[in-house]
Design a protein around this ligand. Structure first.
Ligand SMILES: Nc1ncnc2c1ncn2[C@@H]1O[C@H](COP(=O)(O)OP(=O)(O)OP(=O)(O)O)[C@@H](O)[C@H]1O
Length: 242
C-alpha cells in the first residue's frame, strides 16, 4: 500500500531552488535510499516531509492525507519520525527511561494508560531486542557507544510510534561492524516500518535499499534498483563523477 506521495514539491531559500519539482511515492514497508551529490536537496527533502521546513509549492500526502502545510508536531502524531545526525537521546537517563520518555510522546489516552504497566515493560523489552540493546537496558544513555546511541534513537522513534522513519546519514561515524549491525536492524524493521534514508555509504545502501532515488539540483535524476542506478549514465556523470 502506498504510504507517502510527494508531488511537484518545491522550496526556495532566498532564490536558491533547493527542491525543485520533486515527485515520488513510497510503499509501506519499503526502504528508500536518497542519494545525490552535496547540496542536491536530500536533507531538505526530509525536512519538508517531517515539517521542519514548509514547502513553497507542491503536495505531500501521508496515507492519503495532505500534510504539506501541517506543523511538525502534528505530522509526528500521524507517525512521521525524524532521526537527525546529532542524536537527541537523554544522556542522564537510562536506555529504558529514554524509551519511556519517547512513549509518553504518543498521542491520546492509550499512552497514558499503558505507561508504567506490564505491557509497557514487555514492549520496552521487544523494542530493545529489535535494536539489540537488551543488555544495555539499565545503562545510562551517556555511556553508550556511538553506534548504540544511534540505535537507541531508532528505538525511541519506534516507541513513540513513528511508522515512517526519516534518517539522515545514520551510519556516519560508525565502525564497519556497527554499520553491518545497523543494516540488519533496518532490514528487520521493514516488516513494520517504512524508512527513507539519506546515505553516502554505497555498500550500506546496496545491503538495505529496496529502491534508490538519486537527486541532483533539487530534482530527481534517476530512480530504481542499485543495478539500475549504477549503470545509469546521468548518475555517473552527476554523482559518481565519471
Ligand atoms: N535553511 C536553509 N537556508 C538556506 N539554504 C539552505 C537551507 N537548507 C538547505 N539550504 C541549501 O539548499 C541546498 C540543498 O541542501 P541540502 O542540505 O538539502 O543538500 P543535501 O543533498 O542534503 O547535501 P549534503 O549531502 O551535503 O548534506 C544547499 O545549497 C543548501 O546550502
Amino acid at each position: 500500500m502506498q504510504q507517502l506521495q510527494v508531488t511537484d514539491l518545491h522550496v526556495e531559500f532566498g532564490g536558491l531552488r533547493a527542491v525543485d519539482g520533486l515527485s515520488f511515492a513510497v510503499e509501506e514497508g519499503e526502504i528508500l535510499c536518497l542519494l545525490g551529490p552535496n547540496g542536491a536537496g536530500k536533507s531538505t527533502t526530509l525536512d519538508l516531509i517531517c515539517g521542519k521546513t514548509q514547502p513553497t509549492g507542491g503536495s505531500i500526502r501521508l496515507n492519503g492525507t495532505e500534510i504539506s502545510q501541517m506543523l511538525e508536531f502534528r505530522r509526528a502524531r500521524l507517525g512521521i519520525g525524524r532521526k537527525f545526525q546529532v542524536p537527541s537521546v537523554y544522556r542522564d537517563l537510562t536506555v529504558a527511561e529514554n524509551l519511556s520518555v519517547a512513549r509518553s510522546r504518543r498521542p491520546g489516552l492509550w499512552s497514558a494508560l499503558t505507561r508504567f504497566s506490564l505491557s509497557d515493560v514487555r514492549e520496552t523489552e521487544g523494542i530493545l531486542e529489535r535494536v539489540d540493546l537488551s543488555s544495555k537496558r539499565e545503562e545510562l544513555a551517556g555511556n553508550l557507544s556511538h553506534g548504540e546511541t544511534q540505535w537507541l534513537e531508532i528505538a525511541m522513534l519506534i516507541a513513540q510510534d513513528s511508522r515512517l522513519i526519516l534518517m539522515d546519514e545514520p551510519t556516519a561515524g560508525m565502525t564497519i561492524q556497527e554499520t553491518e549491525k545497523t543494516a540488519e536492524i533496518f532490514r528487520s524493521l521493514s516488516d513494520s516500518h517504512t524508512l527513507i534514508v539519506v546515505e553516502h555509504d554505497m555498500s550500506f545502501v546496496r545491503t538495505v535499499a529496496d529502491r534508490i532515488i538519486v537527486m541532483n539540483r533539487g530534482a530527481m535524476l534517476a530512480e530504481g534498483s542499485i543495478e539500475e542506478i549504477e549503470t545509469n549514465e546521468d548518475v555517473k556523470t552527476a554523482y559518481l563523477g565519471h
